[in-house]
Design a protein around this ligand. Structure first.
Ligand code: MTE
Length: 306
């Protein structure tokens, strides 16, 4: 049932025995952290494949207290405080549109059916900050295969829960982005094995501020593509909507691939600051996942399709 993956963008030949040693130590620390945090009964019962990675993980604390979640607030600290009571059960995920079988899935039934694995990914926000997160989840492709693709399944649209009673910013008429938040992928991007539906991090169920109970993670794209608290996935023959692209198309492209060579109109994308670190580092093309994904864009002008 368990599958092994090492999708951290670093060829295994570069992993030295010293690194292997450090990884083991990291894993032990991770285990201790999970014990401390109290791995959720659901995940403990299911078990999941632990990942190995030479990347240094961002702390649980940083990942869960510095968030972008505009349904709560436009600042980074509020989501962790305001999201505490998000009702994540019962929760259904609707998969429809251009598929063979439209499905309405109960989140717990889904999680029990699909084997979970840990994926340690770099994550790069369009604003210039970055982190390394040990997600727990499964490839989006396994869900889409269940629904069955057709010749018309060319794009995928994702939608966040719309519930003004729970999300304060959805009650505001001015001063925020249009809701529900939506994001989209081309079908080959959606079917790529790196594209993850995450239900946990650090071995624990996702906290609401990180997009509980289920969110998208596309590690080679800017973070705004990684939509949170998803209730609806719709396959379509035509290019689907993307909230940030609709608000400011000159600033946020539909593709949003991490690209140090294409600046945001208001700031450079060449460097990034990892949460918890003082010095900035160079941003990598496709966030370091070029070997896995660059072929998806081989005949495209990435300056035009940013
Ligand atoms: N999804 C929803 N529904 N609402 C949001 O405001 N923000 C996006 C993305 N997904 C956002 C969202 C942005 S801009 C980023 S950088 C990431 O979530 C942040 O994820 P994190 O808070 O787990 O780090």
């Amino acid at each position: 049932m368990l599958r092994r993956t090492n999708y951290d963008g670093i060829p295994s030949s570069e992993i030295t025995s010293e690194q292997v040693y450090r990884e083991r130590r990291e894993l032990m620390k991770l285990g201790a952290a999970a014990a401390l945090l109290g791995t959720s009964p659901l995940m403990a019962a299911l078990g999941y494949e632990k990942a190995k990675s030479p990347l240094e993980l961002t702390s649980f604390d940083q990942i869960t207290t510095y968030n972008n979640f505009y349904e709560y607030s436009t600042d980074k600290e509020s989501p962790a405080k305001l999201a505490k009571n998000l009702k994540t059960r019962p929760w259904t995920l609707h998969v429809g549109g251009e598929v063979q079988k439209t499905q309405t899935l109960d989140i717990d039934t889904l999680i029990k059916k699909i084997p979970l694995e840990e994926r340690i990914y770099r994550f790069r926000c369009v604003e210039g900050w970055a982190m390394v997160v040990p997600w727990v989840g499964f490839s989006l492709s396994s869900l889409l295969k269940q629904a069955g693709l057709t010749s018309k399944s060319k794009y995928v649209e994702f939608e966040t829960l719309f519930d003004p009673a729970q999300f304060p910013a959805q009650r505001q008429t001015f001063g925020n982005i249009p809701f529900p938040y939506r994001e989209g992928l081309r079908i080959d991007e959606a079917m790529h094995p790196l594209t993850l539906l995450a239900v946990g991090l650090y071995g624990k169920e996702l906290l609401p501020q990180n997009g509980a109970p289920i969110r998208l993670v596309v590690p080679w794209k800017y973070g705004f593509k990684s939509i949170k608290s998803i209730v609806k996935i719709t396959l379509s023959e035509h290019q689907t909507r993307s909230t940030w692209n609709q608000i400011a198309p000159n600033e946020y492209g539909f593709y949003a691939n991490v690209n140090p060579a294409v600046d945001h109109p208001r700031w450079s994308q060449a460097r990034e600051r990892v949460l918890g670190k003082f010095f900035k580092q160079d941003t990598l093309a496709f966030n370091g996942y070029g070997a896995d994904v660059a072929h998806l864009y081989k005949n495209m002008d990435l300056k035009k399709f940013y």
